[in-house]
Write a protein that binds this ligand. Structure first.
Ligand code: KIV
Ligand code: NA
Length: 267
């Protein structure tokens, strides 16, 4: 069997060849991405992408566990990181540990991710000292949408920089093995990447980061609207639509199923 990439393996990639990651929510896409990605993120964006929620706030822990199990089953090589959903970790380090341990035990993933910088440092330390590798997530933190008032780019003015740089330092000191930096202006992402000893994983944070992550459906061209920072590398939505239209047409014309797809009698 192939050896899985571990959280320390990712941490050791600081400053080296860029770390490649995508979200994955199912076994089949995990299998395809496994050959090309260093880690697969079971992001709570699945609530919006797969389940039609308007934000990630309503996503239940059980949903993260169900999708996490599918991605672990579908992959062999990549580290699988599962997002802790809103409400499952903010209250106290002890509650965070209980829920993170549940995610690790029930999915067999290799690490969890949670949102927040300096304010989550105590919790990150509590988890990592007790055997749970933690990826942090700073800059735009979508679970705080109701406080932020929208999905807004961070660090566009220099007066915002000190707080975000402090977040980066705090999560690194607390023992996070890597940190997602979301929707942050390029010069700030570059400074953070230079200043901290753990890999920065950018999403909308420029090529200056130590790695990149995107929501798979966004880069496949399967999401109805995408942020500026997404590049559509495929037109999978159009491909699906074309196939479904052809199927519907052929069923209506009785040209599908044809002889090739039909059973006769053996005698
Ligand atoms: O939930 C998610 O997909 C994420 C990434 C985009 C970083 O947290
Ligand atoms: Na997320």
């Amino acid at each position: 069997p192939v050896k899985r990439i571990s959280a320390p393996d990712i941490a050791a990639r600081k400053g080296g060849e860029p770390i490649v990651s995508l979200t994955a929510y199912h076994a089949h896409t995990a299998t395809i991405a496994d050959d090309h990605c260093d880690f697969l993120l079971v992001g709570d964006s699945l609530g919006m992408v797969m389940h039609g929620y308007e934000s990630t706030v309503p996503v239940p822990l059980e949903l993260m566990i169900m999708h996490g199990r599918a991605v672990v089953r579908g992959s062999k090589r990549a580290l699988v990181v599962v997002d802790m959903p809103f409400g499952s970790y903010e209250e106290s380090p002890a509650i965070a540990f209980r829920n993170a341990a549940r995610i690790m035990k029930e999915t067999n993933c290799g690490a969890v991710k949670l949102e927040g910088g300096a304010r989550m440092a105590e919790t990150i330390r509590f988890l990592t000292e007790r055997g749970i590798p933690v990826m942090a997530h700073i800059g735009l933190t979508p679970q705080s949408i109701n406080v932020l008032g929208g999905f807004k780019t961070q660090g566009r003015t220099r007066d915002q920089w000190a707080a975000i740089e402090e977040d980066a330092r705090a999560v690194a000191e607390a023992g996070a093995f890597a940190v997602v930096v979301e929707a942050v202006a390029e010069p700030l992402a570059a400074r953070i990447t230079r200043d901290i000893p753990i890999p920065t994983i950018g999403i909308g944070a420029s090529a200056q980061c130590d790695g990149q992550v995107l929501v798979m459906e966004d880069m496949l061209g399967l999401s109805p609207r995408v942020p500026k920072f997404v590049k559509e590398f495929g037109k999978v939505g159009e491909a699906i639509e074309g196939a479904i239209r052809a199927y519907a047409d052929e069923v209506r014309a009785r040209s599908f199923p044809a002889a090739d797809h039909t059973y006769g009698v053996k005698d």
